[in-house]
Design a protein around this ligand. Structure first.
Ligand code: 6GU
Length: 227
């Protein structure tokens, strides 16, 4: 899967995703991430990419032209026009099922905004999906883009070592993950639950499922209402 990130801070994207599981997935060519600097596509003399808002008001607005030209360069190069996700607090709130939907795409273009916003005309022209990562305010779309790319990459076949681990983790069937334990059997007087030492796989599976349901009821009852 190929992620094409349109941003004013390309180094932030590449540094943030260059390590750990996403970094390894890039090395293995299972995913490809390119961060394209919108500033490289401005036609203004001093590299300007933003300007004052028409009608007045605080802050600056990202201009349409450099964003359009960045998009044009990417789409001409790859010879197709994939979905374009604009990261914005005004979008639909990202979740696991949106990740599963995006993971079906071969290419995805992600637009990161900054300042007070982006000229609406270029959004109308190129954006297919508006996505937020939650109800709080961030400085720009870069961190949200990284969150989304991390989450989608985990669903690309081969990215996780154990092919099973993605589907059994938190949010599988809208349940939180059961508690985990490793050595030693006793830590500061606290013992690992006996059932996990019993070797009785059917009972262990039943216990884990019960723990998942209990935990979800206690911590995220809202998940049990969904679907
Ligand atoms: Cl996608 N962008 C910004 N700037 N802030 C956010 C967000 C996105 N999602 C939550 N807060």
């Amino acid at each position: 899967m190929n992620f094409h990130v349109m941003t004013l801070f390309p180094e932030m994207i590449m540094q943030g995703l260059g390590t750990s599981i996403t970094g390894r997935a890039m090395q293995k060519k299972l995913i490809q991430i390119e961060a394209v600097n919108i500033r490289d596509y401005t036609l203004e003399k001093h590299g300007q990419v933003d300007d004052y808002p028409y009608g007045g008001g605080a802050g600056m607005v990202m201009q349409a032209e450099p964003i359009y030209r960045t998009w044009e360069s990417i789409t001409n190069r790859i010879g197709k026009q994939p979905r374009v996700v604009y990261m914005t607090p005004q979008g639909s709130v990202f979740n696991q099922s949106m990740a599963e939907d995006f993971a079906k795409e071969e290419d995805l273009i992600i637009l990161c905004g900054h300042y007070e916003g982006v000229d609406e005309r270029v959004l109308d022209m190129i954006v297919t999906d508006h996505v937020s990562i939650g109800d709080y305010v961030l400085t720009g779309g870069e961190l949200p883009a990284m969150v989304m790319i991390d989450c989608i990459s985990r669903l690309v076949p081969g990215v996780l070592n154990n092919n099973d681990s993605a589907e059994f983790e938190s949010f599988h069937e809208n349940l939180l993950e059961y508690p985990q334990y490793t050595r030693p059997e006793e830590f500061m007087g606290r013992r690992v639950p006996d059932i996990l030492l019993s070797g009785h796989h059917a009972n262990i599976e039943k216990w884990r499922h019960e723990q998942s349901v209990k935990r979800t009821m206690e911590r995220r009852p809202d998940l049990l209402q969904e679907k």
